[in-house]
Design a protein around this ligand. Structure first.
Ligand code: ADP
Ligand code: MG
Length: 561
């Protein structure tokens, strides 16, 4: 049988792909299982549209098995199979997707689940294989064929024996090298966890022979023996496809823990099913406690991204704005393709729409948490409030509008965290500004001379103790048309302000010498010494001129260049 060469482009593409598209070798298994699932889907689809075809759920499965001596890994399915022609076309040409063609030919409705469409997944097998052998018997045909290739030179196709309809792919694993141990793919435990990780929610059973310990038939009481038992390794129905009404809080918590999103109990979960111009399912969690590395460089935000139930990315950062980086969970969409790379994903329109949608869902979830369960919200805010404030500070766009209602600050009046809305809604009519004071702690702020005057007027003051607070508020500028005002700024908008009158001038005159003396001692540490009416029980206070306050100056000076 003459060997056929891959088309030239294919050859180059193949090399490129094997080396660059996929970051991890193990995903070849995901690709082959997805193809197998697609092939079974096609049978399912045939049965839907053709009465003569029977689809008995029990007859459709995927089997993964190994031969340690031969160092082969086999993935077998009972799907639609391939004719000689199809083997040639689909496996002989890279970027030829039989699945896409199938969808077009059969006018498969959008909602259908066939995953493949790019025609490169199959080749990922060559990341781990020295050679790949495919036996396939197409549905409705009596003939079976064998396709074989070592990936670089080309492939052969010849008639072969195969009893049942479907496809069997045998991978001859590469020799182990210094940095790669291909034998891992022969280990039961390893294989099982790869299947679980990427293909848990494939809707057909993925079977494996698994070693189990059974009581020995004619042995002593405690004697056991190892036997191989065929097990279904995947759970098949993804929780996010289930009906919300069937699920309990506990189901979501289990999912959260199973997925290792966190070890705490999530404060809140959202289950989203969107079926409009964009379609996706998502389960999102707001954690209760902060991951230990949350405010460090090591922390990586992102949601798990699935395409039709198949994991394509562990942490898709593009799905979350930075200020919601604490959110954990997953998104599944039929509109995304499996083979998509990180770079392409960034520009994906669908993904952008999903991200936008998710952002507004999170926002409304937080708003409702604030309204309905204040205690929980405060708990959340104590962990992640700082991130929201960073969000206000670092974006000039719409972050502000998204976040301002979620902010909380400690109130001089309430002695607890309050929202800006609460503050503004109880402002006396004559109060012009939203007052705040900055300092290291609530205690220290309380003792600031500058707060006295404002408090005496009966006005509430927000206490800022975190470095980001004042920066964020400067970015907001105002809330509900009320400007923010630092109690140590010059013009406080109080009628007792330092407006000059004769009496003041006289007093200033009398103390001129004292002030000059003070100025000469303090030198360029200060700009001026002035009389103030703002002080009551304190003899002196420091103020600043202009936008940058003392606290901000301190922070700016402490920042690395
Ligand atoms: P994609 O899945 O994106 O179409 P692949 O490279 O993964 O691309 O597969 C190429 C084509 O080969 C598929 O579209 C399908 O037509 C065919 N194919 C691959 N594996 C199987 C299989 N197990 N059973 C039937 N057809 C298959
Ligand atoms: Mg595929």
């Amino acid at each position: 049988m003459a060997k056929k060469e891959f088309k030239a482009e294919s050859k180059r593409l193949l090399e490129m792909m094997v080396n660059s598209i996929y970051s991890q070798k193990e995903i070849f298994l995901r690709e082959l299982i997805s193809n197998a699932s697609d092939a079974i889907d096609k049978m399912y689809y045939k049965a839907l549209t053709d009465d003569s075809v029977n689809f008995d759920q029990d007859n459709f499965f995927i089997k993964v098995s190994t031969d340690k001596e031969q160092r082969t890994l086999t993935i077998e399915d009972t799907g639609i199979g391939m004719t000689q022609d199809e083997l040639e076309k689909n496996l002989g040409t890279i970027a030829e997707s039989g699945s896409l063609a199938f969808k077009k030919e059969n006018d498969v409705k959008d909602g259908h689940d066939i995953i493949g469409q790019f025609g490169v997944g199959f080749y990922s097998a060559f990341m781990v294989a020295d050679s790949v052998t495919v036996f396939s018997k197409a549905f409705g045909s009596d003939e079976a064929y064998k396709w074989e290739s070592n990936g670089t030179d080309g492939y052969t196709i010849e008639p072969a024996e195969k009893d049942s309809t479907g496809t069997k792919i045998i991978i001859q694993l590469k020799e182990n090298s210094e940095d790669e141990n291909y034998d891992d793919f022969l280990q039961e435990y390893e294989l099982k966890s790869i299947v679980k990780k990427y293909s848990d929610f494939i809707r057909y059973p993925i079977k494996m022979d698994v070693t189990v310990h059974k009581p020995k038939e004619d042995g002593e009481d405690n004697e056991t023996e190892e036997v191989l038992e065929e097990q279904t390794v995947n759970s098949m129905v993804p929780i996010w496809r289930k009906n919300k009404s069937e699920l309990t809080d506990e189901d979501y918590e289990n999912f959260y823990n199973e997925k290792r999103y966190g070890f705490d109990k999530p404060l809140k979960h959202v289950h989203i099913n969107v079926d409009g111009t964009i379609r996706y399912n998502a389960i999102l969690f707001i954690p209760e406690t902060m991951p230990f590395d949350y405010y460090s460089k090591e922390f990586e935000k992102g949601l798990e991204l699935y395409s039709s139930g198949v994991l394509i990315m562990d942490k898709c950062a593009d799905l979350l704005p930075d200020y919601f980086s604490f959110v954990k969970g997953m998104v599944d969409s039929e509109d995304l393709s499996l083979n998509i790379s990180r770079e392409i994903l960034q520009h994906d329109r669908q993904l952008k729409m999903i991200a936008k949608n998710i952002k507004s869902k999170i926002k409304s979830q937080l708003q409702s948490l604030l309204k309905e369960d204040r205690e929980k919200y405060v708990k959340f805010y104590e962990s992640f409030g700082r991130q929201l404030k960073y969000g206000v500070y670092t974006d000039f766009g719409s972050n502000k509008d998204d976040l301002q209602d979620l902010l909380m600050f400690y109130s001089s009046k309430e002695k607890k965290l309050v929202t800006l809305d609460e503050y503004v809604s109880r402002m006396p009519e004559d109060q012009k500004y939203v007052y705040y004071a900055t300092g290291e702690s609530y205690d220290r702020i309380e003792k600031l001379p500058q707060t006295e005057m404002v408090s005496d007027k009966g006005y509430e003051i927000l206490y800022f103790t975190e470095d980001v607070d004042e920066f964020a508020i400067k970015m907001l500028r105002e809330y509900k048309e009320k400007e923010f005002k630092n109690v140590s700024s010059g013009d406080l908008g109080l009628d007792t302000d330092d407006d000059k009158n004769e009496e003041d001038e006289k007093a200033a005159d009398e103390n001129k010498e004292l002030f000059e003396e003070m100025k000469s001692i303090l030198g360029d540490k200060i700009k001026d010494v002035r009389m103030s009416k703002r002080l009551k029980s304190h003899p002196v206070c420091l103020t600043t001129e202009g936008e940058v306050t003392i606290e901000m100056e301190k922070i700016l000076q402490s920042m690395p260049e």
